[in-house]
Design a protein around this ligand. Structure first.
Ligand SMILES: [Ca+2]
Length: 294
């Protein structure tokens, strides 16, 4: 029997992306309404636009990741206990900075030292995905284009887990350089903190730790180096990471511009992730590398 074409209106509705609603969001996620956000504070004013989606309220914890490893149906690979930075200019401390889920007292802290592929696999094992750079920024700065998740106040030791003196002193002892702290008062966390511990590090939507604790993988691939976007494993491929982490210094820096990028195989003790839920948006490659730094 010959197939019949649907009428034009039906065809259009079949192609349209379903719009997420708050009740669609799984437990532990927050609804982010879609829309357009005009950002005026960066050196280059710009706007971003997303559809509605859901995003994890917190970074993925070591406990949650460990459960994925233990579940054969999800088959997450174990987290590594060491960092990996291919760029030789970066200081690479070893243990005990990674949090692979082996220490009971760190199970509510974000899992760290995860590659991009491990982060993607974890999210997909839940039927979720990594958020795009735009979605992540919408969750942090929407709906009003604020400078910081909490508003306009500069970050202090109360706002977010960055590298205060409690962290800077440790690195200054091990490096021949002065590691300037992000602020003068200890934030109480020499490395990661339990997710959501900094109550002020909350966006207008209630998403936690989008400024501090650990930086986070996104789904967005950028052509930072050599413009090799069409060669997925090429040396030119970089992934956009968003937010600051417990090793970040310089609390007055605008964390959203230019964005940080790194190689997908990087494993950082201050790099974690959270998942998004909803239809995958359009292109997630960013061919414009002008706003990226390694
Ligand atoms: Ca974070």
């Amino acid at each position: 029997m010959a197939a019949t074409s649907p009428p034009p209106a039906a065809a259009a509705s079949q192609q349209a992306q379903p719009q997420m609603k708050p009740e669609d969001c799984p437990e532990g996620t927050v609804f982010i309404p879609g829309g357009k956000l005009t950002l005026t504070v960066e050196p280059t004013p710009r706007s971003l636009e997303t559809s509605s989606f859901c995003i994890d309220r917190t970074e993925v914890t070591a406990r949650a990741y460990r459960a994925c490893v233990a579940d054969p149906a999800r088959a997450c690979t174990p987290a590594e206990a060491t960092e990996y930075h291919k760029n030789g200019t970066i200081y690479v401390p070893r243990k005990p900075y990674c949090n692979p889920g082996s220490a009971e007292e760190l199970l509510e802290h974000p899992v760290t030292c995860m590659t991009w592929q491990q982060a993607e696999h974890y999210c997909s094992s839940l039927g979720r995905r990594l958020p795009t750079q735009e979605e992540w920024e919408m969750a942090a700065r929407g709906p009003d284009g604020r400078m910081y998740p909490w508003g306009t106040e500069l970050p202090t030791h109360r706002h977010a887990n960055l590298c205060g003196p409690e962290c800077a002193q440790r690195f200054s002892r091990r490096l021949p350089i002065r590691w300037w702290p992000a602020f003068d008062t200890s934030d109480g966390s020499p490395s990661t903190a339990p997710v959501g511990a900094f109550s002020l590090d909350a966006s207008a939507f209630g998403v936690r730790d989008l400024y501090g604790n650990v930086s986070e993988w996104t789904a967005t691939v950028t052509c930072y180096s050599e413009g090799k976007c069409n060669e997925p494993s090429s040396d030119g491929e970089r992934i956009v990471i968003m937010g600051e982490g417990w090793r970040s210094i310089g609390a007055d820096r605008v964390p959203w511009y230019p964005v940080n990028v790194t190689r997908p195989e990087t494993r950082g003790a201050d790099l974690g992730f959270r998942c998004a839920f909803g239809p995958a948006p359009g292109p997630i490659r960013t061919p414009d590398s002008s706003a990226a730094r390694p």
